[in-house]
Design a protein around this ligand. Structure first.
Ligand code: PXP
Length: 249
């Protein structure tokens, strides 16, 4: 079964809109845990627009499941990760003006720096994941720097409107997932996923973990955090079971 890591950044976004103490990303994380999520993801952005340093500490201590900490590959962020020691660090590119992460990390152009970061994280037993676009050269570079996993950016796939373009992007994701697994990398995916578009992604056999945030937190407004998470787990499970049935025919 694919593991669902719930991203609770946007619970903090609501809190930061008023600079108050609620809603609490930790409370949301605990509800996601109760609903059956296998991990929590948070992105500590350089501008601290949602998650704050204190949230990382509180969530790290407060949950009993793995914490995946997304961050830019900067000295400041790596220092924080080494101090707080989450289960996993996911490196993402970051631009101040962007609304959300806009594309994957260019691993090819910074292999030396990323190898050094990997060494530091591994020394503290923190896993390293790299958020990359579905591009075979980036997959190969991730392998060269000895990352533990890649998270394939599904953002473009979720934004396209034309069927043939969606199909072509999906194929790129499938090819990259296969290449990653063949090279011994664990393969994850995320960005822009909802109950509907998650199906094609959950059907990719190499994918082990999904990071989903915005849609779940949005649904939680209507139906509560636990129900929103349960429904996502069910959507993923239905697809995984369907694939298993196809396989047994
Ligand atoms: N993966 C990465 C690397 C991200 O930056 C984000 C957004 O923070 C997600 C997954 C989750 O995307 P969404 O919030 O659109 O579900």
């Amino acid at each position: 079964m694919i593991r669902l890591f719930v991203n609770v950044d946007h619970v903090a976004t609501i809190r930061e809109a008023r600079k108050t103490i609620e809603p609490s990303p930790l409370e949301a994380a605990l509800l996601a845990e109760k609903a059956g999520a296998q991990g929590i993801t948070i992105h500590l952005r350089e501008d601290r627009r949602h998650i704050q340093d204190e949230d990382v500490r509180i969530i790290r201590k407060g949950i009993s499941m793995p914490l995946n900490l997304e961050m830019a590959p900067t000295e400041e962020m790596i220092k924080i990760a080494l101090e707080i020691q989450p289960y996993q660090v996911s490196l993402v590119p970051e631009k101040r003006q962007e609304i959300t992460t806009e594309g994957g990390l260019d691993v090819c152009s910074q292999e030396t720096n990323l190898s050094k970061i990997r060494e530091k994280l591994h020394y503290k037993k923190i896993l390293l994941s790299l958020f990359i676009d579905p591009d075979e050269e980036q997959v190969d570079a991730a392998k060269r720097i000895k990352a533990d996993s890649i998270e394939i950016n599904t953002g473009k796939y979720t934004e396209l409107l034309l069927a043939e373009e969606i199909e072509a992007e999906l194929e790129r994701i499938q090819i990259s997932a296969k290449r990653g697994a063949e090279r011994g990398l664990k393969v994850f995916a995320g960005h822009g996923l909802n109950y509907k578009n998650v199906k094609n992604i959950a059907a990719i056999p190499e994918i082990e973990e999904l990071n989903i945030g915005h849609f779940i937190v949005g649904q939680a407004i209507y139906r509560g955090m636990e129900n929103a998470v349960i429904e996502m787990i069910n959507a993923i499970k239905r697809e995984v079971d369907k694939q298993a049935d196809f396989g047994s025919i």
